[in-house]
Design a protein around this ligand. Structure first.
Ligand code: AMP
Length: 195
């Protein structure tokens, strides 16, 4: 059995978005994880960026764990190609398992599902429920408005600097992924030749 080098949970859109850069970056993220012997943990669907990141990780030789609530199996097109497809009862169970199975978290462009998952792992981190790194991939400036808003909440006194510092925001996947994997205590480079 293949040794899994690290495990990254990726949150991203169940839609592809209307800029080709979003699909490109989903492909890049899946490839980066898969080609380094990593494991992708994600929502288990084939739709939108979710399907692209999973297909790319699989094509690069990675291990993919999809976790999907029964009620979404048809709507989000459950991905039968994952090495592990866990069909669970509830959204809460999905998110709990995704968090448990990952060493680090990363949100790509997406919609409210992505936002909710990103904010949840960030809030869990600030409460000390876990100590895993959390990243936001700001492809093509997609999250510029959100980052500006979050910075303004510091100015308004509702968020402390240290809370803001718990997330890493970067526009480049090939900077953010190694930073997250290394912050989680793993080497991000050494395993390319181990595949
Ligand atoms: P979206 O970013 O809205 O396209 O959704 C991306 C993923 O987030 C999908 O797999 C959704 O099922 C999932 N998701 C997680 N939590 C929620 C939630 N509370 N509401 C809606 N979608 C969610």
């Amino acid at each position: 059995m293949k040794t899994i080098q690290f495990s990254v949970c990726v949150y991203c859109g169940s839609r592809p978005g209307n800029d080709a850069r979003y699909a490109e970056v989903a492909r890049e993220v899946g490839h980066w994880i898969g080609s380094r012997g990593g494991q992708l943990v994600y929502g288990g669907g084939r739709s939108g960026l979710m399907g692209i990141v999973a297909d790319s990780a699989l094509a690069a030789g990675g291990t993919v764990v999809g976790i999907i609530p029964q009620a979404l199996v048809d709507r989000e097109l459950a991905h039968k190609g994952c090495q592990e497809l866990l069909v669970v009862e509830t959204m809460h169970e999905r998110k709990r398992l995704m968090a448990e199975r990952a060493d680090a978290f990363m949100a790509l462009p997406g919609g409210i599902g992505t936002f909710e998952e990103f904010f949840e792992v960030w809030t869990w981190r600030q409460l000390g429920y876990h100590d895993k790194p959390v990243g936001l991939l700001n492809t093509g400036g997609y999250y510029d408005g959100l980052v500006r808003f979050l910075e303004s909440t510091v100015t308004h006194g509702f968020l402390a600097d240290w809370q803001m510092d718990l997330i890493r925001v970067d526009s480049a996947a090939d900077r953010l992924l190694p930073a997250l994997v290394q912050a989680a205590g793993f080497s991000a480079a050494a395993h390319l030749d181990a595949i």
